[in-house]
Every structure is written in C-alpha cells, then in structure tokens.
Design a protein around this ligand. Structure first.
Ligand code: HEM
Ligand SMILES: *[C@@H]1O[C@H](CO)[C@@H](O)[C@H](O)[C@H]1NC(C)=O
Ligand SMILES: *[C@@H]1O[C@H](CO)[C@@H](O)[C@H](O)[C@H]1NC(C)=O
Ligand SMILES: *[C@@H]1O[C@H](CO)[C@@H](O)[C@H](O)[C@H]1NC(C)=O
Ligand SMILES: *[C@@H]1O[C@H](CO)[C@@H](O)[C@H](O)[C@H]1NC(C)=O
Ligand SMILES: *[C@@H]1O[C@H](CO)[C@@H](O)[C@H](O)[C@H]1NC(C)=O
Length: 344
C-alpha cells in the first residue's frame, strides 16, 4: 500500500519532470527581460535611435534591415556587427557592404547601456529593440520585444550569400529562404512590406529591371524614371516611390501597378498563392501592421542563443576575449587591437 503510493508519487514526479524539462531547456525569450537587471536598457536604445533618426531619417530603414540581416545569418546573435581585419565578416560581404547602415546607432546605444549596467545587455537584443523603435518611429507600430538573446562569436561573410534572399530571387526561392528560417510564405509577404521605407543602391536592380521592361513586368514610366534617378553620379534611390520615409501599406498598392522596385518584390504578384495576400494587405493597412508586428517578433526568434549559450559582448564590434572580463576590457579600451590580437 505504502509502496504503491510511493510508486504513484514517483510516476507523478517523473511525468511532471518530463513535461517541465523540455520547456525549461527551450529557454524562451521574455518581454521585460531587463526590467530587474537593467531597467533603463530599452529607454537608452530608444534615445539613441530617436537621436540618430532625427538627424538622418534613413537610419530607421537601416536598423530594420540590420536586424533582418542579423537574424537570417546564424540567428539573431549580432554576428552582423562583428568586424574582421581581413574583410571576411558578414558585414563585409556584398549583400551587406556598403549598403547596410546604422552600425553607429547600435554602438551609441551599447556605450550608453554599458555605462549604466556593464556586461548585461546583449548586442543582439539592442538590435531587436532598435529595429522595433525604428518601426514605431516610421510606422507608429509598437510591439513589445521578447528579449534574452545572447551574442555569438562567429561571423562569416559567405554565409550571407547562402542565407539572405537576393533581389533576383523568384517567388519559390523567396519562400524557400524564409521557410528555412521557420517563416512561412505569408510571413515572407508581410515582412517584404518593410520595403515601404529606405533606399537601394541602383546596382541592386538596374540590370534586372531592363529585363523586366522587356518582359512587361515593370511600368515603362517607372523604368524611365529609374533610368533618370540612377544616372551617375546618383547611386541610390528610394525603394517606395510614393511614401519613402513612412512605414505604410503602399508597398502592396504599388506592386499591382508594376511599381515594385526589385524583381523579388514583383514576384509577390506573379505567384497565385501570394497574390491574395498582397491584395489583402493593400486593402487593409491595420491588418498588415498587426501581422507585421507579429512577424517581426517571430523573425527575432530565429536560432537565438539563450541562457548559458553565447555571450554578452562588451563592444558589439568584437568578441570578448576568452579569459576574464578584464581581458575583455582591453579589447573595449583598445578596439583597434582587433579580434585576433586581443584573443591571443
Ligand atoms: C524578401 C526578400 C528580400 C529581398 C530580396 C531584399 C532585398 C533588398 C535589397 C536588394 C535592398 C537594397 C540594398 C542595396 O542598397 O543594395 C533592400 C533594402 C532594404 N530591405 Fe530588403 N529584402 C528582402 C526582405 C526584407 C525584409 C524581410 C526586411 C525587414 C523586415 C527588409 C528591409 C529592408 C529595408 C528597410 C531596406 C532599406 C535599407 C536602407 O535604406 O538602408 N528587407 N532589401
Ligand atoms: C548627423 O549626421 C551627420 C551626417 O549625416 C553626421 O556626420 C553626424 O555625426 C550626425 N550627428 C549625430 C548627432 O548623429
Ligand atoms: C553601390 O554599389 C556599388 C557596387 O557594389 C558600390 O561600388 C558603390 O559604392 C555603392 N554606392 C553606394 C552609394 O553605396
Ligand atoms: C541580378 O541579375 C542581373 C542580371 O539580370 C545581374 O546583372 C545582377 O548582378 C544580379 N544581382 C544580384 C544581386 O545577383
Ligand atoms: C482590417 O483588419 C483589421 C485587423 O485585422 C480588422 O479588425 C478589420 O475588420 C479589417 N477591416 C476591414 C474593412 O476588413
Ligand atoms: C564566445 O566566447 C565566450 C568567451 O570565450 C564564451 O563564453 C561564449 O560561450 C562563446 N560564445 C559562443 C556562441 O561560442
């Protein structure tokens, strides 16, 4: 009797452990992660972003893209911020250089945060907060950012080509790249709406759009305008011709008019599964904004490092040294020493 009671108790205990263990080891990100350990963290990021965007509104677009390019390559681990001495890091590779911008905003936020709570807030979380603040400033879309990401130590330029979609990607390729990151076709369409803000180097679309003109998938008047806008020495142009600094649903209204800038943008109306989504977001901005916020949160969850995995970098541009935090300080004080030098 007593022993069968103990046995039953044991079974219950094992069942309880079995049901709690996988949850505990999954280590979810949490809204308010820094509330107790660095209560000003999100405010300090917001201040850095607001200051920078007031000076240069284009940085909001830059910061949204920075978070996307971080998350798609090795997960949201701030690998995109690491520098190399030999041009081999993610940020040096063609999909990122020279177009990716906003690095100095992250550095400013990190410097302010290190002053109030040293070695507590990851660069990956700062990037996620900065992207959210940029979305809020340009689109009046606020969402809470689950946090607790930790920073990675590895950044390999070649990874950008395999993981990031190209402006020449077909609908099937776009869906494939997003599916690999646990984002479905609808979320791909929703997140592409970020192209309602920001600029593009003409080299990213110019040749391809001449082909599109021949195949009738770009408005001839738009192509003529782009030929003018891209005439040397001008090298970049707005992605959304209608409202380039406002995060709105105009992106989806432009696509059926053959006013999508990239071949990849235009692909969203060349696939029968995707067209109804484009039409729905063009018709209902509230719907798109709600789904955009949710998709940004989901993108921010890609392959995150949490708890004991990864690190809290002292300087977002460099990995910490292996030994103590005082060795890390050397790198912080003399960032020019570089990864290799400081690590030996
Ligand atoms: C769907 C596949 C995507 C492709 C093929 C793509 C491609 C591109 C390209 C080629 C540029 C211009 C870069 C240059 O100057 O050469 C660009 C800019 C931009 N992209 Fe995307 N992108 C995609 C998805 C996204 C997503 C998911 C986001 C964010 C959620 C995003 C946000 C942006 C922003 C904000 C800019 C403007 C950046 C600035 O002004 O600094 N893109 N994208
Ligand atoms: C404002 O922008 C200019 C050039 O775009 C830059 O040189 C300057 O450092 C910026 N100032 C601040 C406070 O960010
Ligand atoms: C545009 O891209 C080309 C080729 O990658 C590069 O040489 C040029 O510096 C870029 N221009 C700007 C303004 O980023
Ligand atoms: C896209 O295709 C065009 C040819 O249509 C090519 O010139 C360009 O380099 C390609 N761009 C990228 C980023 O692959
Ligand atoms: C637009 O989407 C919102 C959010 O999903 C929804 O509440 C609203 O009813 C939609 N409006 C129309 C006109 O369908
Ligand atoms: C990065 O290096 C630090 C220090 O050696 C280590 O604690 C951390 O776990 C490493 N992170 C990753 C993602 O390997």
């Amino acid at each position: 009797m007593a022993s069968s009671c103990r046995l039953a108790g044991l079974v219950v205990l094992v069942a309880a452990l079995a049901s709690t263990l996988p949850v505990a080891s999954r280590a979810q990100l949490e809204v308010g992660f820094y509330d107790a350990i660095c209560p000003d963290a999100e405010d300090l990021v917001r201040q850095a972003v607001t200051t920078a965007v007031a000076n240069n509104s284009g940085l909001a677009a830059g910061l949204v893209r920075l978070h996307f390019h971080d998350c798609f390559v090795r997960g949201c681990d701030a690998s995109v911020l690491l520098t190399s001495t030999d041009g081999s890091a993610e940020r040096d590779a063609a999909p990122n250089f020279p177009s990716l911008r906003g690095f100095e905003v992250i550095d400013a936020a990190k410097a302010a945060i290190e002053q109030s709570c040293p070695q507590t807030v990851s660069c990956a979380d700062i990037l996620a907060f900065a992207a959210r603040d940029s979305v809020d400033l340009t689109g009046n879309i606020f969402y809470e950012v689950p946090a607790g990401r930790r920073d990675g130590n590895i950044s390999i330029g070649k990874d950008t080509f395999t993981n990031l979609p190209s402006p020449n990607s077909t609908a099937a390729e776009l869906i494939g790249k997003f599916t690999l990151k646990n984002l479905n076709a609808e979320e791909m369409v929703i997140l592409s709406g970020a192209h309602t803000i920001g600029r593009s180097n003409c080299t990213s679309f110019f040749q391809r759009n001449r082909d599109r003109l021949a195949s009738g998938t770009i408005s001839p008047a738009y192509q003529a305008l782009l030929e003018v806008l891209c005439s040397p020495p001008v090298a970049t142009t707005d992605i959304d011709v209608s409202t380039p600094t406002v995060l709105d649903n105009n992106y989806y209204k432009l696509l059926p008019l053959k006013l999508g800038l990239f071949f990849s943008d235009d692909q969203l109306i060349r696939d029968d599964k995707l067209v109804p989504l484009v039409n729905a977001f063009a018709a209902n901005e509230t719907l798109w904004k709600e789904r955009f916020a949710a998709a940004m949160i989901k993108m921010g969850n890609i392959e995150v490092l949490t708890e004991n995995a990864g690190d809290i970098r002292l300087n977002c541009n460099f990995v910490n040294t292996r030994s103590s935090s005082s060795a890390g300080m050397i790198e912080k004080l003399f960032p020019d020493a570089g990864v290799e030098v400081a690590a030996t």
